[in-house]
Write a protein that binds this ligand. Structure first.
Ligand code: ATP
Ligand code: LTN
Length: 346
């Protein structure tokens, strides 16, 4: 894609996180921290708690509601200002589901079966017995983005394939209807922590839905839990090397160095410069201290915000109204392009 392809669209950022569990350090470093940076750069930013995506796998209704509020609190505690960014939950803007239907009719089934997230989430299970929503998940994600004509989407590395598909869907729509209506969105996958790995297995992504709580740091973990999880994190017996290249076959060690770098806002090379020759006996306490110093103010603020769920709901409602005001005209134009009669008086 060239910049010229999007020249007629004004810069606008959209991204989403599923409220399918408590947020992790991976969500924070790979997504949330960068969402705040983009907001502070002064670009128009729209952030969405994608509850419709969350229910593609079973969610207990009361827990889903609580997790959505907790995720909203995490966004605000991390620095998202709901007056400068738009912050809302997806199901309050019905245009997401409506555009997703149109895009379901543009995207091909084969594209969906090729998605590695679908393959991972059905691995070891009978894929035929997963929800139809899980298969169509990427098409709803494309709708989230295209509904706002978003030009840039900050995400972690694991979402790269979904964003390529979003571009394919936008291009096919534009081609089929002979329009230049949807932008070809740019993925923003940047920084030292685009793929934070599990603390128990350096080859697996840190995930909020991993059955092992020891595999991840939750944004709600207290200082003791954070320190203990880092102390117990799987590592090897070697001291830290001088260069990143020497960490190539040491995924657990590389992961901890990357986490340190992302938390400190430094390059991983700078971290190695400081700790080369030291073992994990020295590195882990330094990492734990840094993680606690960064996360403690966020979890404290989250607690304070979650004590007033009505205020969180009010904030999400306001965000939804502002999102709806952008989304409705784009949905209406889409329906018009597709050939739907739009004659209601209201
Ligand atoms: P699940 O594991 O339950 O599917 P998740 O923890 O991957 O969920 P998502 O809601 O799917 O969370 O992801 C939200 C954002 O956080 C996305 O931009 C995703 O790329 C990013 N992200 C998630 N996990 C990581 C990670 N381990 N490292 C870096 N970024 C991550
Ligand atoms: N699939 C994403 C969540 C998501 C998203 C989006 C991210 C849903 N819609 C739109 C960016 C833009 C994930 O992180 N699992």
């Amino acid at each position: 894609m060239t910049d010229a392809a999007n020249a007629s669209f004004k810069p606008r950022i959209f991204s989403g996180i599923q409220p399918s569990g408590g947020l992790t350090l991976g969500n924070y470093l790979g997504a949330l921290k960068r969402f705040v940076e983009k907001q502070d750069e002064g670009i128009e930013t729209i952030y969405c708690l994608v509850d419709l995506h969350a229910i593609t796998v079973w969610q207990d209704p009361e827990r889903l509601r609580a997790q959505t509020r907790e995720a909203a609190a995490a966004f605000i505690a991390a620095g998202i200002d709901p007056t400068r960014s738009i912050l809302f939950n997806q199901s309050q803007v019905s245009a997401h589901a409506e555009l997703a239907w149109i895009l379901n009719c543009v995207a091909r089934i084969g594209w969906m079966y090729r998605m590695t997230q679908f393959k991972d989430k059905t691995a070891g299970k009978n894929a035929e017995n997963s929800s139809l929503g899980l298969l169509a998940y990427p098409s709803l994600m494309a709708a989230d983005i295209l509904l706002y004509h978003a030009t840039m989407v900050p995400v972690g590395e694991d979402q790269k394939q979904h964003l390529e598909l979003t571009r394919d869907i936008a291009a096919k729509f534009n081609h089929d209807y002979k329009v230049d209506f949807f932008p070809i969105t740019e993925p923003l996958i940047e920084g030292a922590a685009t793929r934070v790995m599990s603390l128990r297995d350096g080859t697996k992504k840190m995930s909020k839905s991993d059955p092992s709580d020891a595999s991840r740091i939750n944004l709600t973990d207290d200082a003791d839990a954070i320190a203990q999880k880092i102390r117990k994190a799987r590592t090897d017996a070697e001291p830290l090397p001088e260069t990143l290249a020497e960490l190539k076959d040491r995924p657990e060690a590389r992961n901890l160095v990357n986490i340190y770098a992302a938390l400190a806002g430094e390059a991983p090379e700078a971290v190695l410069e400081r700790f080369a020759g030291h073992g994990f006996g020295a590195f882990k306490p330094a990492l734990a201290e840094l993680a606690v110093a960064t996360l403690a103010p966020i979890s404290g603020e989250m607690k304070r915000l979650m004590a007033d769920p009505a205020e969180i709901d009010r904030t999400l409602g306001e965000g939804a109204e502002r999102a709806d005001a952008i989304a409705q005209p784009i949905l209406a134009q889409t329906l018009d392009i597709v050939g739907m009669i739009r004659s209601r008086a209201d």
